[in-house]
Design a binder for this molecule. Structure first.
Ligand SMILES: [Fe+2]
Ligand SMILES: [Fe+2]
Length: 184
């Protein structure tokens, strides 16, 4: 599998690039096509932010008080983003209200990703190679739950079922799957 040869730092960086692209696609979409463009973004955010919270942040937290303060700030941003996303899900994607809220949300999520790239990824990169490899495989397993091209997944597959529904329920199911994978 190609994902196994990518480091966790590379995977996070690539997912951030995909998130930025999905935001750009969504903002460029016609109002009546926003619903379709919104779905892969919500799915990737559910998997990405949950994998960071379950796999990356607990490990970075062990690097000392300064690292812990950085993680706390990033978690605070993720909590705010979850609330903003729940509000967006309640809106008509074709509305001007949605477009305005989306612009704010995009700015906040991109700033959050940039802060992680500046402050979290350099800390991760200091960790020993063996540990990085273990959490990298775990992160790759989580990533497999968020294919950005839905047509690649058979609709009847368990993974296909895992990644539908409102953001909050996706986060719950992704968290359960990540915890199960960690126990194995
Ligand atoms: Fe994050
Ligand atoms: Fe991130």
């Amino acid at each position: 599998m190609t994902t196994e040869s990518r480091s966790i730092v590379e995977m996070i960086t690539e997912q951030h690039a995909t998130i930025r692209q999905l935001f750009a696609d969504l903002e460029a979409a016609a109002p009546d096509e926003r619903g379709e463009a919104f779905e892969p973004l919500v799915r990737l955010l559910a998997v990405h932010e949950t994998a960071e919270e379950e796999i990356v942040y607990p490990i970075v937290n062990q690097l000392g008080d300064d690292a812990k303060a950085i993680v706390d700030a990033r978690k605070h941003e993720e909590d705010a983003a979850k609330k903003a996303l729940a509000d967006l899900e309640d809106m008509d994607t074709a509305s001007a209200e949605f477009a305005a809220a989306l612009a704010l949300f995009r700015g906040d999520v991109q700033a959050h990703a940039s802060s992680e790239e500046a402050e979290i990824l350099p800390l991760l990169a200091t960790m020993d190679a063996e540990r990085l490899e273990i959490i990298g495989k775990w992160f790759a397993a989580a990533e497999a739950m968020a294919p950005t091209h839905a047509h690649r997944m058979a609709p009847e597959s368990a993974i296909g079922n895992l990644i539908v529904g409102p953001f909050v329920s996706m986060v719950d199911r992704v968290r359960d799957a990540i915890r199960d994978a960690g126990r194995r």
